[in-house]
Design a protein around this ligand. Structure first.
Ligand code: AMP
Length: 257
């Protein structure tokens, strides 16, 4: 696996892949990799000739400085996992190169991005769309792989690609869960195993149940967990909760509920 830290080196790689007519798959991440990330990587390795994974903890999508500072960064372990999985390139850009403009220019969506997570995390999706646009313009992948775990993010990225006529195929893949049904997340590592089992029971399990959103919200709150939202959109029931200062999101298809 080749580790790439500069934008110019990444651009050279893309040019040489184009010359050899090789397709490039891209999996953007913020690291602290788990089976959810690996499922996206496996799909890219399967359907593309070459795969690049980026690890970049993007400051502009964090509206809470404390959340940014304590975000897990086990880079050595991530590098080992990626090398073992057969990834071709690991892109590790620096903040200075990514944000030469000091974030004076940004990509915004004015409607759906203000709802759900956008309501509780002002500016979050501006940061997400901006960094994904930058990464797409640097890497120029043929396909990019995202998890349905961040369903609102996936919807907004598909919308951005369509709005700006970007020739990238956006592939959305199912949520990976642990044995108790909790959606895997880098933030789960901030919770003890007992807490993870508890959240799986009071949040994930109820989300896929038959009760209406108001009732689900009431029950979760009655168990002492803060609820940011439980809402239904685009055939999905989506939720975000906070427990011991850790914010977790999840969603399920409502057709099956
Ligand atoms: P992150 O590192 O949290 O920015 O996530 C990078 C990518 O992995 C995003 O496309 C996420 O939606 C995806 N992802 C995160 N957790 C999961 C999961 N449990 N199952 C599937 N995909 C996931």
């Amino acid at each position: 696996m080749r580790v790439v830290t500069s934008i110019s080196e990444m651009s050279c790689i893309k040019k040489s892949l184009d010359n050899d007519e090789l397709s490039l798959g891209f999996v953007p991440t913020m690291g602290a990799l788990h089976e959810g990330h690996l499922s996206l990587i496996k799909e890219s390795l399967k359907v593309c000739d070459k795969t690049v994974v980026s690890i970049f903890v993007n400051p502009t999508q964090f509206n809470d400085q404390n959340d940014l500072e304590k975000y897990p960064r086990p880079l050595k372990n991530d590098q080992e996992l990626l090398a073992q999985s057969g990834v071709d390139y690991l892109f590790l850009p620096t903040y200075e190169e990514m944000y030469k403009d000091d974030y004076r220019y940004k990509v915004c969506e004015v409607d759906f991005s203000k709802m759900l997570c956008g309501k509780d995390r002002p500016g979050h999706f501006d940061g997400v769309l901006t960094v994904v646009m930058k990464l797409f313009n640097i890497i120029k992948p043929n396909k990019a792989f995202f998890g349905q775990k961040d369903f609102q993010q996936l919807t907004l990225i598909k919308g951005m690609v369509s709005a700006f006529f970007m020739e990238i195929d956006i592939v959305g893949l199912p949520i990976k869960r642990d044995g108790n049904g909790l959606a895997l997340s880098s933030r789960n590592s901030h919770l003890s195993e007992t807490d993870q089992v508890f959240i799986a029971k009071v949040f994930s399990e109820r989300l896929k149940g038959h009760l209406d959103t108001k009732e689900i919200k009431r029950l979760i709150q009655s168990d002492g967990v803060e609820v940011d939202y439980i809402e239904e959109h685009f055939g999905r029931r989506l939720g975000a909760v906070r427990y011991k200062n850790i914010r977790l999101i999840d969603n399920v298809e409502t057709a099956g509920v």
